[in-house]
Structure formats: structure tokens, C-alpha cells
Design a protein around this ligand. Structure first.
Ligand code: ADP
Ligand code: MG
Length: 723
């Protein structure tokens, strides 16, 4: 196949040089067609644009030189069994030594007489400069051939794009392939409508594609990036808003907004709802009555989300519908079951607990065991009931016949399809309302990007009378004082949590720069965590608190084992629970009053706040000790935010701005285009795009008014679903 026949939709193995091996590598990067390759963007640029003569070099500077190779030789180093490729290059002003490691093939392609462009950091031994593993590009093989135009260089002597690699496919190879098909960008017609290009001053597609890969300056690269960030954000907002609109047109269970009932419910509570709780409940009541609910209820740990969900359940039940509440663990499911029974006592309501290990039912004030079979039967009849369980509720294929509301505790994404699936026996095709509760406060911009299809209710106020948790940053050297304090509290009858340092999982981004021994896989990370927690457990049990009962919790334990330990802790059979970060999600151990976090500097503020929220759930004064590994000024300044603020949203904002979206969100978020990830700090832009997406949909909800734009959008949606 000749070059001119290559088209954008061709598989990349039509590109010269891409065989089955590279094809596989590219598949790992989700690059399948030539078009995909053009849209595989660099994550940064290496600045090799400073071109110097050899006699002008300065140690430590990153530069490019153009030189002719005088000699090149391969040898084996005696110390580390490695190959060393050593060359000498000269220009009209001098000569310099070049070394590469292990790339034996270099001696085949670089010969004396070859003219090279070399880019890298200048190093020095003794008085002599040298370049170690520089990037290089062959300019000509024959000594006297004219030097090709420097502007044609791709790997050296310019701003060089750096791509995410995968094993067997280097950034350099990716760069070469992209450069070889870049001319095809002219086959892509502009798909953004003119009014958007003008309004936001965006580069046209052809120019943007050229400049994002091979910019002449960082400003050019920025402008190109801006266009792609804008379009990805716009597409993703359109997608989310379309889901939202579609959701609003579904047939839904109409739940009566019975305010008398709610008044009775509130009157019987042992406390008054906070204003934030009232507002959230009010939003939910109206929503349940007027349109299908797809709502995220966000509120700090202990802000009282459960009670709001109980109110919603009560209304749903009284309208004759069933409710399903899903908790992440069995212990949490039981905790919810208890709360629901307690707060719904004045009403005649059927509540069931259904986990993998047991079934219970509470009916008319009576409570007892019930076989799962019997429970499943009740659920399949159209009797109103509130069923509380773990995610087994969906997996077990339990057939609700009149499900009105699904409540999901602790962030579980739940689409329309999943809601439909729950309803296998529903006759009138109504989609149950969804209430998703999350104790991870996320800043509004992130909420728009990640949950932009949902409505948001926020509880940003804590119930009155809570004693603030006393937070202290402790130098490792003084850890004995903490141990002493813990002992005294335990003697008073309290319990404590110890959190072990986080093991960081490094991700290979660019193998040119990261040494393999710095990398640690997820499996290794888990192993290392288990090791750390065992060590800590041993130390506490054998050396520090031999007379106390200590338990251990980590991510490699089965969920039944974890539940077992949590039960023991709840029953005070354990005084101290040592854990990795798995403890994070919402368990209520009222008697626990101390949270000790070792290696506190390795966690983000949001996560520390989550840990802290495990204590302070009762009348007892609670304490949180942050023990950083590193006691530097910078670390302490960051951790001080924990003392200053007790507001999860505030801490999340600070955390996000300090660590950036990637770190803040934790591991790679699948399905989120890389460019969007990198734009998450730009609040103004995200809000702006959200509004623009609304305008666009107002003008034409089908988007078909702009045919190319519509096609590009469809393509975007298809890709996000695959990811
Ligand atoms: P979370 O938002 O973390 O799920 P919960 O709903 O578990 O919080 O509430 C934490 C505790 O506070 C519970 O024991 C609950 O009964 C209690 N609570 C909830 N709302 C209030 C309130 N307005 N005043 C006092 N206590 C409350
Ligand atoms: Mg909760």
C-alpha cells in the first residue's frame, strides 16, 4: 500500500513500520486507527530547542548540538554487566564524548561520518564534558551531504513531545509514527461550529493537531491544548446533560409529597435536623414527586445523611413502593438496619436485612430471622418493604416487583441500566429513583465533571453539640507520649484506631525517565501494605501494649474476615485496631475516641479527614494524632490545615489545589480523557463549558444542526463507553 492511500480510518498497521508487535502495544494505549494516533497527545514537552556549538557548553544545561561522529565503539562494562556504547562527535568548534547504555543497535545505525543532532543534559567528568544517553536524530549518513533543515527534526533541537509509553513502545517510536502521518490531519474537516471557535478563540483543528504534537513554542502548545481541552470538556458535558435530560423523561414512581407524614417523622426524632439536612430532604421530597431522581447526596462523615435517606424511604414506602438500600459492607448494612428500625419505630413499616450471611425482618414491631428464600418471596410480591443489604442485593438477582427508590451508600455509580435490571418484575416500566450518598466531599468542579448527570444535594453543616475532635501533629520522636495517652484512654474504656502509612504505587509514565526499580505494581503495593500492617501490629502487640487486645485489618483480607474483625471491635473485644487505609468507609464505632495516623504526610488531606471522621461520633472527647514520617516545614504547613479546618469541603478544595486532580482522585480514573483530567483545576473553564453545553442543547437538543459536530460527539461517546 502506498503512503498516499492511507486514510484516517485505516488500522495503524497500515503505517510503515507498524507490525503485529507494535500493533499490540498501541492497542494497550487504545490507539487503533490512524485518527486515534493523531489524537494521541503528548503529556509534556522536552525543551531541546537551545542549539549550541560544542565549545559553548555549560555543565548541567539541557542543549542540542549538531555534530559528525568521529568514532563509535561498543564495550562491556566490567562492573555492572552492561554494554556501553561510546562515541565522539565534533563540530567546527570542538568535540565531545557521548555514551549510551545497552542500546547495542546504535553501532549498526551510527557510523563514523554520520551527522547527528544530539540533545540532552551536559555532564562533566574531570574537565571534560560529555552527554549521557542523549536523544539523537540522524541528519545524514555521509560526511559531505548537506545538513537537512533543522525545522524538520522531530526528536532533537526543538520542543520535543513526550508521550506516555507502554512496554515495547517508546515515546520516540510514537513520535516517529505520528510525525509520519501528521500530513493526514488535513483530511479532518473542522467539526466545531464556527460560533464556538470564534467565541472561545480556539485554533482550527488542523493547526491544533500540528501544534499539539510539534509546537514551536510552549505558547503554541498551550493554545493547541486549549482547543482540545475545550472540546473534550464540551463533549463530556453534553453527554452528561443529555443523560440528565433523558432521565427526566423516564416513567417514574410518583411519590406523594406528604408533608404531614414528614412532620410526624421529624417530631419523633431525638434531635432536630440541621438546616442543611432540612434543605436536602426538601429537595428530595420535591424531586420524588415531580421527576425521576438521580441525585448525589454529599455530606461530611457524621453530617447525618442517613436520616435524610430514612425520610425519603418513609415517603416512598407510604406511596406503596419498595426501597432498596445498598451498603458497601455487611457491618455497615447492619448499622443502617438498626438505624432504620430505630427512627421508623413510630410507623408501621416492614424493614428487612439481607446480606450474604443472613436474612432478618422487622414487621409491626416484631423482629426476627427469616430465610433468604422467604425474603425473596416477599420482595417479589408487591408488598411495600425497605430492604437493606450489601451489593449482593443486585448481584443475587433479587427481583423487586415494585421498587420505588434505590439508595446507595458510599459512592457507587449506578446507571439507568442497573436500575432497570433491579426491576425485572416491574409491570409498569417505572424506573426507580436513585439516591447516592457519599461522604467524600468533592469540589463542585469535579462534581460537574464526574457527576454532571446528577442533581446535587449538599449537607455542609454538622449537627450541633458535637465536640470537635482535637487534632495534633506529633513528631515521630515523641510517639511514646501518644502511646501513653492511648493507654490512659483505653483504661477509661475507650478504643483506638492506628492507621499504617500508605504505600505508594508509582505508575510508569515515561520509561525514558523513570528507572524500573522505582516502580511498584498494585500487587506489590498490597503486599507491602500487608507487610507494614503486620509489622505495626507485632510492634504494638509485643512491645508497646502487650497487655491489650489488638486487631488487624488490611486489603488482602476477605470481606467476611474484615467483617469479623469489625464486629469484634464493635463488641469491644479489641482495644486497638491497626489498619491500612481500608478502614476509610463509614463505620460507626461510637466508643472509639482515638485515631492515630502514622505516615500522615503520605495521605491527602481529604483522606486524613475521612480517617478522622471515624472517631468523634459520641459524647466522648475524641482525638486525632497525625504522625508524619517527614517533619519538614512544608509537610507541617500542609498538615496544619487539618487543625485549622474541620470542614471536608474546605479540606478537599485545599487538597485538590495542592496535589492536583490526579493525586486527589487517587488511581487512574478510567473513562476520563486525559486532557479533562488535566483541566480539572480550571474552575472557571469548567463552569463556562457547562453553561455553553446547556446553550448548545437549548439551540438543538439533537445536535444535528451541526452534522460534523454531531458525528464527533457520537465518536466521543463511543470511546468513553469503551474506556
Ligand atoms: P453520615 O452522614 O456520616 O452517614 P449519619 O447519618 O451516620 O452520618 O449520622 C451520624 C450520627 O449523627 C448518627 O448517630 C445520627 O443519628 C446522628 N445525627 C444525625 N443528624 C443529627 C442531628 N441533626 N442532630 C444530632 N444528631 C444527628
Ligand atoms: Mg453514613
Amino acid at each position: 500500500m502506498t503512503k498516499s492511500k492511507l486514510t484516517l480510518d485505516d488500522s495503524i498497521d497500515k503505517i510503515k513500520g507498524i507490525g503485529p508487535r507494535y500493533l499490540k502495544c498501541f492497542q494497550k494505549l487504545s490507539v487503533e486507527t490512524v485518527r486515534d494516533l493523531l489524537y494521541y497527545f503528548p503529556f509534556r514537552y522536552q525543551d531541546f530547542s537551545k542549539v549550541k556549538n560544542i565549545n559553548e557548553l555549560i555543565e548541567g544545561e539541557t542543549v542540542s548540538i549538531i555534530g559528525v561522529v568521529k568514532k563509535i565503539a561498543l564495550r562491556r562494562t566490567w562492573r555492572k554487566k552492561m554494554f556501553l556504547i561510546e562515541a565522539e562527535a565534533e563540530d567546527k568548534t570542538g568535540s565531545i564524548r557521548i555514551i549510551w547504555y545497552n542500546q547495542v543497535f546504535l553501532t549498526k545505525i551510527i557510523k563514523p561520518g554520520t551527522t547527528l543532532a544530539l540533545s540532552g543534559k551536559v555532564k562533566k567528568t574531570g574537565k571534560k564534558f560529555y552527554l549521557s544517553s542523549p536523544s539523537f536524530e540522524i541528519i545524514s549518513q555521509e560526511k559531505d551531504e548537506p545538513i537537512k533543515n533543522l525545522s524538520e527534526l522531530k526528536h532533537t533541537a526543538r520542543l520535543v513531545p513526550v508521550y506516555s509509553e507502554t512496554e515495547g513502545l517508546s515515546s520516540k517510536a510514537i513520535r516517529s509514527f505520528i510525525s509520519s502521518v501528521l500530513y493526514l490531519r488535513n483530511k479532518i474537516s473542522e467539526y466545531l461550529p464556527d460560533f464556538l471557535l470564534e467565541k472561545y478563540q480556539l485554533l482550527p483543528i488542523n493547526e491544533a493537531l500540528e501544534k499539539i504534537h510539534f509546537p514551536n513554542s510552549l505558547e503554541e502548545a498551550e493554545r493547541a491544548k486549549k482547543r482540545f481541552v475545550f472540546e473534550s470538556l464540551l463533549f463530556s458535558q453534553l453527554y452528561l446533560l443529555k443523560i440528565k435530560i433523558k432521565n427526566n423523561h423516564l416513567k417514574f414512581p410518583k411519590i406523594k409529597a406528604d408533608f404531614d407524614l414528614i412532620k410526624t417523622f421529624l417530631k419523633n426524632l431525638p434531635f432536630e435536623l440541621t438546616n442543611a439536612q432540612k434543605k436536602a430532604l426538601f429537595q428530595i421530597i420535591n424531586n420524588l414527586n415531580q421527576r425521576p431522581m438521580n441525585r448525589l447526596l454529599e455530606g461530611d462523615v457524621g453530617s447525618g445523611k442517613t436520616i435524610v435517606s430514612i425520610g425519603a424511604s418513609l415517603l416512598t414506602y407510604y406511596s406503596g413502593y419498595q426501597v432498596a438500600l445498598m451498603a458497601p459492607t455487611e457491618v455497615l448494612a447492619k448499622q443502617h438496619y438498626k438505624k432504620f428500625k430505630e427512627f421508623l419505630k413510630p410507623f408501621k413499616i416492614r424493614i428487612a436485612l439481607l446480606t450474604s450471611s443472613e436474612g432478618r425482618i422487622y414487621d409491626n414491631g416484631l423482629e426476627g430471622k427469616l430465610s433468604k428464600k422467604a425474603l425473596e418471596k416477599i420482595i417479589a410480591s408487591s408488598l411495600p418493604i425497605i430492604v437493606i443489604g450489601t451489593h449482593a442485593l443486585i448481584q443475587k438477582n433479587i427481583k423487586f416487583s415494585k421498587l420505588g427508590l434505590v439508595i446507595v451508600d458510599e459512592q457507587h455509580r449506578f446507571g439507568v441500566e442497573q436500575r432497570k435490571k433491579l426491576l425485572s418484575q416491574n409491570k409498569n416500566q417505572e424506573i426507580p429513583h436513585l439516591l447516592s450518598m457519599s461522604a467524600t466531599p468533592i469540589p463542585r468542579t469535579l462534581a460537574l465533571v464526574f457527576y454532571g448527570d446528577m442533581d446535587l444535594s449538599i449537607i455542609d453543616e454538622m449537627p450541633e453539640g458535637r465536640k470537635p475532635i482535637m487534632t495534633k501533629i506529633v513528631n515521630k520522636k515523641e510517639v511514646n507520649k501518644v502511646y501513653q495517652f492511648v493507654r490512659e484512654e483505653i483504661q477509661k474504656g475507650r478504643q483506638a484506631f492506628f492507621i499504617c502509612p500508605r504505600i505508594e504505587e508509582k505508575e510508569a509514565v515515561n520509561l525514558e525517565e523513570i528507572h524500573a526499580d522505582n516502580l511498584i505494581s498494585l500487587a506489590d503495593k498490597l503486599k507491602a501494605e500487608v507487610k507494614a500492617v503486620k509489622k505495626e501490629y507485632k510492634k504494638l502487640q509485643e512491645e508497646i501494649f502487650p497487655d491489650l487486645k489488638i486487631g488487624m485489618l488490611h486489603g488482602k483480607m476477605k470481606s467476611t474476615e474484615k467483617d469479623e474483625i469489625m464486629k469484634k471491635f464493635l463488641n469491644k473485644e479489641i482495644d486497638i485496631l491497626v489498619s491500612t487505609s481500608v478502614i476509610e468507609v463509614g463505620i460507626d464505632v461510637e466508643n472509639a475516641s482515638i485515631m492515630v495516623i502514622e505516615g500522615a504526610d503520605r495521605f491527602g488531606l481529604s483522606q486524613l479527614h475521612q480517617f478522622r471522621g471515624r472517631v468523634g461520633r459520641s459524647i466522648y472527647q475524641s482525638y486525632c494524632f497525625l504522625i508524619p514520617d517527614n517533619f519538614s516545614y512544608k509537610t507541617i504547613e500542609r498538615l496544619k490545615a487539618m487543625i485549622k479546618y474541620n470542614d471536608g469541603f474546605r479540606l478537599a478544595e485545599i487538597d485538590l489545589s495542592l496535589r492536583g486532580p490526579g493525586e486527589f482522585l487517587g488511581t487512574k480514573q478510567s473513562g476520563i480523557p486525559d486532557l479533562i483530567m488535566r483541566s480539572l483545576l480550571d474552575k472557571k473553564l469548567i463552569e463556562e463549558v457547562r453553561e455553553e453545553a446547556k446553550n448548545v442543547l437549548k439551540e438543538d437538543p439533537t445536535l444535528k444542526k451541526w452534522p460534523l459536530f454531531y458525528l464527533a460527539f457520537k465518536d466521543f461517546v463511543k470511546k468513553s463507553k469503551e474506556a
